[in-house]
Design a protein around this ligand. Structure first.
Ligand code: PEP
Length: 250
């Protein structure tokens, strides 16, 4: 059976109430009207909007996720949000290990793995991000880097039903630059092989591509073998561009 694609919008630190809810409302209405083909649509607003976005899209098939969670369920961690809190607010997914978290907050693979385990404990699907920097690609270390990140960031108990891997080359995020389709294919084939070697259901994990996905390049990126959807940053902040990407895999 084919893997159902996932198109996930990562709003990052963008979205005040009125605009965020209006965006969510338009996406939910378009999905209710049909047309996104077989793709599952996910919105990951900032934590302040998770509950309100979940309420706004309820009754549609649009899903909601967080952008990060703490590894613990509760406690003295000022400013953090737990996976349970996200689930309680209506989230079904949570992104962990985004390169901006790894860079801005020094998150290492072990931390990312602990967060993914927390997501699983709370019943959330973890979207685990990995990807090489430009310097790593330039010195031919891409597969070494993503292989190490994959090994270290995924829990041993991960399953296709609770874990999505997003390959996001750091140099492609927010830059307008993307790898060639051949480069994406090489990395995704490698990741698929690693997943299949490690997990019984490794052939069924969804593998997203992320990094400057736009309406203009979505169709060719989503057609690459073993690309099972996209993690979209900038282009997810406008209903028209997110919808164009969502319908590009139909
Ligand atoms: C991201 O941050 O996950 C991302 C892919 O961003 P952008 O689409 O803006 O490159």
């Amino acid at each position: 059976m084919a893997i159902r694609p996932l198109i996930a919008g990562n709003w990052k630190m963008n979205g005040l109430g009125a605009d965020g809810l209006a965006l969510a409302q338009v996406i939910a209405e378009r999905l209710r009207g049909g047309g996104a083909g077989l793709a599952e649509l996910l919105l990951c607003p900032p934590a302040t909007l998770v509950r309100a976005v979940a309420e706004t899209v309820s009754g549609s098939d649009v899903l909601v996720g967080g952008q990060d969670c703490h590894a613990k369920s509760s406690g003295a961690h000022t400013g953090d949000v737990s996976a349970e809190m996200l689930a309680d607010a209506g989230a079904r997914y949570v992104i962990v290990g985004h390169s901006e978290r790894r860079a801005d907050h020094g998150e290492k693979d072990a931390t990312v793995r602990a967060k993914a385990e927390a997501a699983h404990r709370a019943g959330l699907i973890a979207i685990i991000c990995i990807g090489e920097t430009e310097a790593e690609r330039d010195r031919g270390a891409t597969l070494d880097v993503v292989g190490r990140q994959l090994a270290g960031s995924l829990p041993d108990q991960a399953k296709a039903a609770n874990t999505v891997v997003a390959y996001e080359p750091v140099w492609a995020i927010g830059t307008g630059r993307t790898p060639t389709t051949a480069e994406v294919a090489e990395v995704h084939k490698f990741l698929r092989e690693r997943l299949t070697a490690r997990y019984e259901d490794g052939g069924r994990f969804r593998l997203l591509y992320g990094g400057s996905v736009k309406p203009e390049n979505a169709r060719e990126l989503l057609a690459v073998a073993d690309v099972n959807g996209a993690l979209v940053g900038g282009a997810s902040l406008k209903a028209d561009s997110f919808w164009a990407i969502a319908t590009a895999c139909a």
